[in-house]
Design a protein around this ligand. Structure first.
Ligand code: ADP
Ligand code: TYD
Length: 206
């Protein structure tokens, strides 16, 4: 059995600051000499990065929620097999920018597929982080930050503010149900957010 205690994820709506904060936590922990793997979803392994292009580019209605769930689960399985489990097995700490909670929200809640998300997760993924940072902020702010980036990966951001609101509420409800999820106020200066996160991570990792 792999020790998942060193497995940490960042979750939250688009533009909440996950990538910024995941990178900062990784840098801070590497600075103390830790073997650290920073990864992301969708993606994080060669096969999963290919699936990433399928799911994030193109029209908003390109895939149904069910098809999306299968693609995200396939990507996650590859990510766990090729990147996460080997890193944990050699004693590294793993930080991932999004993981299964994103499927619980974007495919489960949004697509009405909550039971299927859990079934597929149990059958094909089988691991959850021991600590999850939910970066919480008003959807208007997240969307404004995300849209300022202007990349090709706009499929989800194009789904608009109502979806972001629903996802934010869903993430907060999920945090209430799972003690591993720590809610962090992301509407503050990035330095202050990073200091908060580092303190929680240090206490967790010991
Ligand atoms: P996510 O990965 O959640 O989509 P990012 O970390 O990419 O979010 O941040 C989205 C944008 O907002 C980036 O341009 C980033 O530089 C900026 N940003 C991140 N954190 C903050 C913050 N605390 N205050 C202001 N801007 C921020
Ligand atoms: P990401 O690149 O993290 O976008 P952002 O930096 O804007 O937060 O993720 C892209 C999109 O993928 C995001 O809108 C959420 C979606 N997504 C799912 O729908 N299900 C999933 O399981 C994952 C991992 C991501």
């Amino acid at each position: 059995m792999i020790d998942a205690r060193r497995f940490i994820s960042f979750e939250g709506i688009d533009g909440s600051g996950k990538s910024t904060q995941a990178r900062r936590l990784a840098d801070a922990l590497r600075g103390t000499g830790r073997d650290l793997v920073l990864t992301r979803e969708p993606g994080g392994s060669a096969g999963a990065e290919e699936i990433r292009r399928l799911v994030l580019e193109g029209e908003a209605d390109r895939w149904s929620a069910g098809t999306e769930l299968l693609l995200f689960t396939a990507a996650r399985r590859d990510h766990v097999e090729k990147t996460i489990r080997p890193a944990l097995a050699r004693g590294a700490t793993v930080i991932t920018d999004r993981f299964a909670d994103s499927s619980r929200m974007y495919q489960g809640l949004r697509g009405g597929l909550t039971a299927q998300v859990d079934q597929l997760h149990d059958a094909f993924v089988g691991i959850d982080p021991a600590l999850t940072f939910l970066i919480d902020l008003p959807p208007e702010l997240g969307l404004a930050r995300a849209q300022a980036r202007h990349g090709a990966e706009q499929r989800f951001e194009d789904m608009g503010l109502d979806l972001q609101r629903q996802m934010r509420d869903g993430f907060r409800a999920l945090a209430q149900a799972h003690p591993r999820i720590r809610v962090i106020d992301g509407a503050r200066d990035a330095d202050i957010v990073a200091a908060d996160i580092l303190a929680v991570a240090r206490a967790h990792l010991g």
